[in-house]
Design a protein around this ligand. Structure first.
Ligand SMILES: [Cu+2]
Length: 881
């Protein structure tokens, strides 16, 4: 093996300026690419000055099965531009190098074969995590020996990515109306932006870095720190990895090695560069800059765009295609152009600025909406365009589907059981339907029926730690309407049978129950015939018996008060409730203040009033924790600790003024002084709505009415909405086929869909609805789902749970979701808790089950794993005890 004859320290210093003798100093970075001089090395010398050089290496493939692969070798000049390149065969390649380089150190980059691709710059190669080595060229006959080079397996991966969306144009009709129409006779050009903001910042010359800092000052808070006085540091825009120390580099260690190279270069040249810290600070805040990238017009010229494919746009303006792009372990950054055919010639009608219109980190399958603003873009043969306006994309709004069968019983009460089947019951009273419950299997669509002697109607249900469904109160099949009963039953999900238990001390029609942190169940409110019961009782699942709490726990709540078990273990009455029948006519008396109940001391403490004073028959839902990464207020400093189950959303209801029925409020009990705060309005007024925590942690809000439940036309709301608990904003969802109102119910199914069923029949007490409709959220239209192939089905709080998935590498989130058990849009069970996890080398996720009080009351949970595009797996049931 040829050895270097010169001292290794020469190469160690990694001095780019020493590559040739043409310019000693300054480093190229001090001038920057903006003042690039005529670039001699790229004009190769005449043939007489070139030497044919054999380049050899020992390529060691990280993934031996990918061997051998064609590689491309690039030789770079001192400014980081490729002088020449060749493909390898086996372990060597043939290059023609200028003889003037003999005796010098040569910089060689190694990349997967990239036929037809424009040669990259050295900095570009480093940014892509490709390998760069510097070797001496001492002997024209012996050629170059690169040493042992490890070839990472991700080099040979090409990723497939589904890209789809819609292209529209706004048109002004003769009557002045502006409408949106699909663009047709067109095709879309899908390009990948092949350079990253990170790289741009690294490469940017000093004067532009300072300008960028000034432009970014209002985006970055606090302002960038002033550099410390004259530290001996410098920056080179061509960091070079020294051969002996760094045989290869990858995405993981690239930053580190670059840093080493930078420091080496600085030490060698003693150049004091006061922008080093500014540059580092900008890099540290890249996530913030990303969103504002298009403000920095001076950077546009730095973009490099590879157009990958062209896809047709159909008569609805839709395109849907697959691209294949080189995968370096990240998502593609896509840019779209639109072309239209005119007399057989394709012309570009949409080519917006790349900086402002790149979809950074595109999630494959996500809907892309492109609005063409060019007035010259035609719309087709006539102004009426090419077809009906496209229906919304399910990848954006989801899709409702009316099932081809009915629920057979009236569905006022539902509970998802640990078997994945759904218990549906009650309603013999209203419809003369059989006094039976039904168990529906969402997977097969099949039903079983169970005799239900007492047919509790307008009762309440929760799921016990052992999986049984506990039902208490309600009114009796044979009793007068509104006459409460003290009955309690459990339903066994395995035997599919009902068991009667001891009566409660109080008859309760429209009570609310909630599972406590120790697995016992608290029940509050409800009434016999007169006023609401103030006493609370507690069910012990191990003895199947009830205990009345001491008088300190008494509280006058309205019927169906919203109760949630919060982080810390207290129970939160969040202020939504039901009107008390004929005894409390509108306008409803003001509800009590929202309040916290401490199950350890059996006492209440007030929290405060809603902003909108009366949310009778609105809905309350316990929100998932704040996502710490989405919530760092743009500082980039230490992130706040991950949120916990401390936030509640209330919305809608028959508020004092109809206009306030669109309103929503959030409170966070983790705040120093928690207060209800009004957030963005919904798109629709909603009374008697349903809300479901979806598998990705967003909230589906559906059904409900704009008016009042006994109005002749209550105004059913068909369009659903999706609430994002991180941004506290609402997005339009798909339109339901069957509008539902009072006595409707919704819950999340283990496959990520949502069941919506029940509802009174509408005006005049028409026949109650027996139809069932299922919603598929947008995440079911975005691409393949990650899969759980094996899992541990029982775990103790504070311990680890192991789950096997072939998709381990792309799993970004794991969540435990407690099955819902709603009635009358009151659900104290559903909760969504993302949990920490780690991966091992064999497709396993090790999931940490938190033990904090009030987070995961004992019982069965749906475990969802979500990939890097937030697509959830089908859930597996896990018992937490
Ligand atoms: Cu009812």
């Amino acid at each position: 093996m040829p050895r270097r004859r010169r001292s290794t320290s020469h190469a160690h210093r990694a001095k780019p300026a020493k590559l040739t003798t043409r310019h000693e100093a300054p480093l190229p970075s001090a001038r920057g690419t903006a003042v690039r001089r005529p670039h001699k090395p790229r004009h190769m010398p005449a043939n007489g000055d070139l030497a044919r050089v054999r380049v050899r290496a020992s390529f060691q493939y990280e993934d031996p099965s990918s061997e051998p692969q064609a590689l491309t070798l690039y030789v770079f000049d001192d400014e980081g531009h490729a002088m020449c390149h060749c493909q390898t065969r086996g372990h060597s390649g043939q290059l023609e190098l200028p003889r003037s380089l003999l005796g010098q150190t040569v910089t060689v980059g190694i990349a997967p074969a990239e036929p037809g691709r424009k040669p990259p710059t050295l900095a570009h190669m480093l940014d892509r995590g490709l390998t760069v080595v510097r070797v001496p060229w001492d002997d024209s006959r012996k050629g170059l020996w690169l040493g042992n080079i490890v070839i990472p397996k991700h080099w040979f991966k090409r990723s497939c990515c589904r890209v789809r969306g819609r292209v529209t144009r706004q048109v002004r009709l003769p009557n002045g109306q502006v409408v949106t129409r699909p663009l047709c006779n067109a095709r879309i050009v899908i390009c990948e932006v092949d350079i990253s903001p990170r790289l741009i910042i690294k490469q940017l010359p000093n004067d532009l870095i300072r300008q960028l800092e000034i432009d970014a000052a209002d985006l970055l808070s606090p302002r960038l720190p002033q550099p410390p006085p004259a530290p001996p540091s410098a920056v080179s825009h061509i960091p070079v990895i020294e051969h002996e120390q760094h045989r290869h580099t990858s995405h993981m260690d690239h930053g580190l090695t670059t840093g080493i190279a930078l420091r080496t270069a600085a030490a060698a040249h003693h150049i004091i560069d006061d922008v080093t810290d500014i540059r580092a600070h900008l890099l540290a805040h890249i996530g913030i800059l990303h969103k504002h990238w298009c403000r920095f017009a001076q950077l546009y010229q730095k973009y490099d765009v590879d157009c990958l494919t062209t896809a047709p746009i159909d008569e609805n303006g839709r395109f849907d295609t697959d691209i294949s792009y080189p995968c370096y372990g990240d998502r593609p950054d896509l840019y779209f152009k639109v072309e239209q055919e005119c007399n057989g010639v394709w012309r570009t009608v949409h080519e917006p600025s790349i900086a402002c219109n790149t979809r950074w980190d595109y999630c494959c399958g996500d809907h892309v909406e492109i609005v063409v603003t060019n007035d010259n873009a035609g719309l087709g043969p006539a102004l009426t365009m090419c077809g009906p306006f496209a229906a919304p994309d399910p990848a954006a709004v989801g899709q409702w589907h009316l099932l081809p069968y009915t629920s057979q019983v009236f569905v006022v009460h539902t509970a998802l059981m640990r078997t994945g089947q759904v218990l549906l019951f009650s309603g013999g009273v209203e419809n003369q339907l059989p006094r039976e419950s039904r168990v529906w299997d969402p997977f097969t669509g099949g039903f079983t029926g169970q005799v239900f002697a007492d047919d509790l109607f307008c009762a309440f249900q929760v799921i016990l730690p052992d999986g049984r469904v506990l039902v208490m109160g309600g009114s009796h099949y044979n009793g007068p309407h509104g006459q409460g009963v003290a009955l309690s039953y459990t339903f066994d999900p395995a035997a599919l049978t009902w068991t009667k238990h001891a009566d409660m001390a109080f008859a309760r029609w429209y009570p609310t129950a909630v599972t406590l942190d120790d697995g016992r169940v608290l029940v509050a409110s409800g009434r016999a015939a007169g006023p609401v019961v103030a006493q609370m009782e507690r069910f012990n699942p191990s003895t199947n018996s009830w205990t009345t709490l001491p008088g300190s726990a008494n509280k006058g709540l309205d019927i169906y008060p919203s109760l949630h078990l919060m982080a810390g273990g207290k129970v939160f009455y969040t202020g939504t409730r039901w009107e008390g029948g004929s005894s409390s006519p509108r306008p409803w008396p003001a509800p009590p203040l929202t309040a916290l109940f401490n199950p350890l001391t059996n006492t209440w403490s007030d929290v405060g009033a809603h902003v909108i004073p009366n949310r009778t028959e609105g809905m309350s839902i316990l929100l998932p924790p704040r996502d710490s990464s989405a919530h760092h207020h743009g500082h980039g400093e230490a992130m706040p600790p991950p949120g916990t189950l401390s936030r509640v959303l209330v919305f809608g209801g028959d508020c004092g003024s109809p206009a306030e029925r669109v309103s929503a409020e959030v409170i966070d009990l983790a705040d120093h002084a928690p207060v209800w705060q009004r957030i963005a309005d919904m798109h629709h007024r909603r009374v008697n709505p349903n809300a479901v925590l979806l598998a990705d942690g967003t909230v589906l809000v559906c059904a409900g009415i704009t008016g009042f439940k006994w109005d002749p036309d209550p105004g059913r709301v068909l369009e659903s909405e999706i609430f994002d608990p991180q941004t506290l904003t609402w997005k339009r969802g798909a339109v339901m086929t069957e509008g539902r109102q009072y006595h409707s119910t919704s819950l999340l199914l283990p496959d990520g869909r949502v069941l919506n069923a029940g509802s009174v029949g509408g005006s005049g007490g028409g026949t109650n609805l027996l139809s069932m409709e299922v919603y598929s959220p947008p995440y079911l239209f975005r691409g393949p789902r990650p899969r759980i192939t094996a899992w541990q089905n029982s775990v103790r709080r504070g311990e680890h749970l192991v789950v096997t998935t072939p998709d381990a590498c792309r799993i970004r989130r794991v969540a435990l979701v407690r099955p819902g058990a709603p009635t009358h849009h009151t659900d104290s069970e559903q909760r969504y808790l993302p949990v920490e996890f780690s991966r091992d080398g064999s497709c396993n996720l090790h999931i940490h089950i938190p033990e904090g009080p009030g987070l995961l009351p004992p019982g069965y949970y749906m475990l969802f794993i979500l990939d890097d595009c937030d697509i959830p797996s089908i859930a597996r049931f896990v018992e937490v005890h």
